[in-house]
Design a protein around this ligand. Structure first.
Ligand code: GTB
Length: 215
């Protein structure tokens, strides 16, 4: 059974924003049981964890002789070994993988930049001036994605690992007000969140937060 790592005490307070969520979701879609090892911020930076993850972060994935880091690589590995997360047709499979990269390389960067500014720069003198530009860069990507998705249920035909990556990336905007400006995208995220596998993954990470806040 694979083991993944996740925050012992996630700063998102159980909102499922940390990147173990996408790995949990992929494992749930694949009906692959898994163990979770919870790590503290201190433990993450120590040698034992850095042996698994050179940058001292979560998530990691261990299965037999294999250790992986980077959520995209982990989800791709899971998708390649289980049915239902990547299409059989070679071209459709290549396109689904392209969407995984698009989520991580094209859509996630401006979203992370905006989130980090909101989190860390609120009290800075330049914040009010910088915010609209950061929001605009996210809006550009959402507009482009909205034109692509339009009325479609998923990014490219059937649900795939590309949708797992994209929905988890877009969820980072849940409290930003930006998703509501793009009803197609908001509906797409809601469709992802309504999947039973997403719900199971979400409840599992929420249970970690609930237990931590009781102790
Ligand atoms: N590129 C890597 C991947 O995709 O796996 C990035 C991994 C990463 O950023 N991990 C973060 C981490 O370990 C957790 S997910 N951070 C600790 C550190 O670097 O010391 C990022 C995250 C954290 C918290 C929230 N939140 O509170 O809303 C959202 C996202």
């Amino acid at each position: 059974m694979p083991t993944i790592t996740a925050f012992e005490n996630s700063p998102d307070r159980g909102r499922g924003q940390a990147r173990d969520m996408r790995v949990r979701w992929a494992l749930e879609e694949a009906a692959q049981p898994y163990d979770v090892r919870l790590v503290s911020f201190t433990a993450m930076k120590q040698a034992a964890h850095r042996a698994l993850h050179p940058f001292g972060q979560i998530p990691t994935y261990e299965d037999g002789d294999l250790t992986l880091f980077e959520s995209g690589a982990i989800v791709l590995h899971i998708a390649e070994r289980h049915e239902g997360l990547l299409p059989e047709d070679a071209n459709a499979r290549a396109r689904a993988i392209a969407w995984m990269f698009a989520a991580l390389n094209t859509v996630e960067p401006p979203i992370v930049e905006l989130s980090m500014a909101v989190l860390l720069e609120r009290d800075k003198s330049w914040y009010a001036e910088r915010l609209p530009g950061l929001q605009e860069r996210v809006r550009i990507r959402l507009g482009e994605l909205s034109r692509h998705i339009s009325e479609a249920n998923w990014l490219d035909g059937a649900f795939s690992a590309g949708d797992i990556m994209m929905v988890t990336v877009l969820r980072r905007l849940n409290t930003s007000g930006l998703l509501e400006e793009f009803p197609d995208i908001a509906a797409y995220v809601a469709r992802g969140e309504a999947r039973p596998a997403f719900r199971r993954a979400f409840e599992a990470q929420l249970a970690v937060f609930t237990a931590a806040s009781r102790s």
